[in-house]
Design a protein around this ligand. Structure first.
Ligand code: GMT
Length: 385
């Protein structure tokens, strides 16, 4: 199959899922064409069957606002025609699903059909997609996609209710390559973070308000009152400065390592003991899955699709949003009880392998592609309009 994939190329779960999917599909012999304004950050090195098409933006004084969604449409049309794509698979509805719909109309005018699949990821449905300036367009683009997937059951339900839609939405959960994401030897890093053998808590995100990163610091503050412990903060974003300020205020900067954006997450997770994700909203929680695959139990909130991933009392613990005391208590309980910790760590890895492994989920996408290709397009080529 020849598949065009559009996603946000910068740090963020939807771009990660899209890129990992493209890499897996290419490994299975499909031809994958990424179409975006920059090279997706996890697309490292040369890979057979993977092509990248950069969307360039016109530089013209009259255009004070950027025309990305239109330039993207143009590039999609070109790539579909000249690389003879079967499917355009867009990740994150805004504006990708709309650009793809426009491309489809242009192609249909030329008698060329292309199937559009939209994968919904999170805030495209739960936050920004609900903004009145975008809602009608998002609703329309979801309705008109030939196939729609959501990364959790929670997100499917939210889409249907928030947008008052009745269409089919396939749930295909996020996945991880469990052969690559597994605990390795990271003793050198562990020694650097915790020279006296202290347990290490870790958080990784884009430090946006929805991630509640200051809760991570507050949980850590309580845990360190009971046991000596260290904290590793991976990523960057608007709330990093506030989290760093809080560490200074609470007087334990030396115990917290702010690493900024990092690409070697497996190594970092392998040097840690517990993953903390106190998000206020999370349609899936991909980084928690990656951590689980490396054997880290997860402390999360009971929001969104997180309870479809993290099993309370088995792979980690689930608290209410902002219940810092409880999250800290769970961390202390786990870190103080070696046997329970080992059980949770094994269960986290086992759940990643048995439920969310790339080798099982990627074929679900392939099968979905086949089904969509076999069905009639939501919009027919111009000749039949
Ligand atoms: O919606 C966002 O915040 C951005 C989005 C992204 O593009 O990074 O993240 C969402 O998609 C991820 C991949 O499917 C999920 O793991 C995240 O839970 C989800 N984020 C939210 O729902 C807040």
């Amino acid at each position: 199959m020849k598949i065009g994939i559009t996603c946000y190329p910068t740090y963020g779960g939807s771009g990660v899922v899209a890129t990992e999917l493209g890499k897996e599909l290419a490994g299975r012999g499909h031809q994958v064409h990424f179409i975006s304004y920059a090279l997706p950050f996890r697309l490292d090195g040369f890979r057979e069957n993977i092509f990248f098409h950069e969307v360039e933006l016109p530089d013209y004084p009259l255009f004070e606002v950027d025309l990305y969604s239109l330039s993207l449409t143009s590039k999609m049309v070109d790539v579909v025609l000249y690389d003879d794509l079967d499917i355009l698979h867009v990740h994150y509805a805004i504006p990708h699903a709309t650009s793809a719909w426009n491309a489809k109309q242009i192609l249909n005018e030329q008698g060329r059909d292309i199937k559009i699949i939209t994968t919904l990821h999170g805030t495209d449905i739960t936050l920004i997609g609900l903004d009145p300036t975008l809602l009608p367009l998002v609703r329309f683009s979801i309705e008109k996609s030939d196939g729609v997937t959501a990364v959790s059951r929670y997100l499917r339900e939210k889409t249907l209710t928030n947008f008052n839609l009745e269409r089919e939405i396939e749930v295909i959960p996020n996945f991880v390559n469990t052969e690559l994401w597994k605990r390795g030897d990271s003793e050198h890093l562990r020694k650097r973070f915790a020279p006296n053998g202290e347990p290490v808590l870790i958080h990784a995100s884009n430090f946006r308000p929805v991630k509640r990163v200051t809760d991570v610091v507050r949980v850590f503050a309580q845990v360190r009152e009971s046991i000596p412990v260290k904290l590793v903060m991976v990523g960057d974003g608007p709330d990093r400065a506030e989290a760093e300020r809080l560490c200074r205020e609470l007087g334990f900067c030396d115990d917290v390592h702010f690493l900024g954006k990092q690409s070697g997450l497996v190594e970092l997770f392998s040097a840690a003991d517990l993953f903390i994700m106190p998000s206020q909203s999370e349609s899936f929680g991909l980084s928690a899955l990656e951590a689980m695959s490396c054997g880290l139990p997860v402390l999360s909130n009971s929001v969104g699709g997180l309870s479809e991933l993290n099993l309370h009392g088995t792979t980690g613990y689930i608290s209410e949003i902002a219940d810092i005391d409880r999250m800290a208590r769970y961390a202390i309980d786990l870190l103080k009880d070696n046997r329970r910790y080992k059980r949770f760590s094994d269960a986290a890895r086992e759940r990643a392998v048995s439920q969310f492994s790339a080798k099982d989920i990627v074929p679900a996408y392939e099968e979905f592609y086949e089904r969509v290709l076999a069905q009639e397009s939501v919009s027919q080529p111009a000749t039949s309009l």
